[in-house]
Design a protein around this ligand. Structure first.
Ligand SMILES: O=C(O)CCC(=O)C(=O)O
Ligand SMILES: [Fe+2]
Length: 332
């Protein structure tokens, strides 16, 4: 697999107190360009302590090493929380091999957790209306895991806010759009991948099939060994993303593409893991509130008419359409 050379955005100076406006502008332009041309880039010197990034990955490894029966105790009645074991499942015609455990803020933490003006005790007041889409409870493997995850999310929230601000500045949007871009919810997912055998890989086996992320921005903290994440370049060719130690791989998601009237690229990516060791990737997925309408920001409403012509949908609808398609096709 040919590897792709992606931009490396270094935030060291940007996050420092003594940064000149000129230096800030250079970093903002570099981020903007990376979002337009690739939709994926590396972020280094991002301010999240390396020790914490390593701890988070270690928590993932520890969890996925548990016996299946033990991991299954963390299944919850929700598409978006808890443990899911997708081995031997079929997604979009592919046999997939991956498992994950996902955590989200409680439903009521969403500014959108409830439909406006609804009696909050009624089940249909919850958005989105897809059954069990959110679920109520996270299922934490243990207290230490939870502490590490909370610390990590705290830093990720700050980082996301700084990065979003940099992007808003480079896009030149007004205050209302800037506030909309900042009104997001973070979720945390640990993905575990057992390597495919030579034979499985030859037969087109895949760990995580091709997809775009639905939200705005994804921060991936990955094991730094195998080149298992692949992205599609502009010609539709698959290219490997070599892990850079200490770096996050940042993906632009479909909601961000919509916001910019199609100017930012929502990268198509997949995972094919073929190493002797299992792989863990921890993703922080940043998305708009579930009741936010996903449409181009007013500044970009005229940019891509093909996007603006589609009927406005809430992010909840948008997400569930994608996830529903994904999960519906899991049945053989
Ligand atoms: O494992 C990775 O590197 C990517 C995971 C991913 O694309 C996802 O969870 O959406
Ligand atoms: Fe993804």
């Amino acid at each position: 697999m040919t590897v792709i050379s992606l931009p490396i955005i270094d935030l060291h100076t940007y996050l420092g107190a003594k940064t000149s406006l000129k230096q800030k502008g250079e970093t903002e332009r570099a981020i903007d360009e990376a979002c337009r041309h690739f939709g994926t880039f590396y972020l280094v010197n991002h301010g999240v302590p390396q020790e914490l990034c390593d701890k988070v990955l270690a928590c993932g490894h520890q969890f996925f090493r548990l016996p299946l029966e033990r991991k299954c105790r963390h299944k919850v009645a929700s598409m978006m929380r808890g443990y899911s074991h997708a081995s031997n499942a079929f997604v979009k015609g592919h046999e997939v091999r991956f498992e994950y455990i996902a955590f989200r803020p409680p439903v009521n933490c969403y500014s959108n957790g409830m439909a406006p003006d609804m009696d909050s005790t009624r089940p249909e007041a919850r958005l989105p209306t897809y059954p069990d889409a959110l679920g109520e409870q996270n299922s934490w493997p243990n207290d230490e895991f939870r502490v590490v995850a909370d610390q990590y999310l705290h830093y990720m929230q700050q980082l996301n806010s700084r990065l979003t601000d940099a992007i808003a500045t480079s896009l030149g949007v007004g205050d209302l759009s800037r506030a909309r871009m900042q009104d997001t919810v973070l979720s945390l997912t640990f993905n575990g991948y057992q390597a495919l055998t030579e034979e499985e890989a030859e037969k087109g086996g895949i760990n995580l099939p091709a997809h775009t992320d639905t939200g705005c921005i994804t921060f991936l903290n990955q094991d730094s060994e195998a080149v298992s994440l692949h992205i599609q370049n502009r010609n539709g060719e698959w290219r490997g993303v070599r892990p850079v130690p200490g770096a996050f791989v940042v993906n632009i998601g479909s909601a961000f593409k919509q916001w910019t009237g199609g100017q930012y690229v929502d990268t198509v990516h997949r995972v094919v893991h073929r190493s002797a060791k299992p792989r863990v990737a921890v993703g922080v997925f940043v998305g708009p509130p579930f009741d936010a309408i996903v449409e181009p920001l007013p500044e970009f409403a005229a940019v891509d008419t093909s996007l603006t012509r589609s009927p406005p949908r809430t992010y909840g609808q948008f997400l569930l359409e994608q996830m529903g398609e994904y999960f519906a096709s899991q049945e053989r």
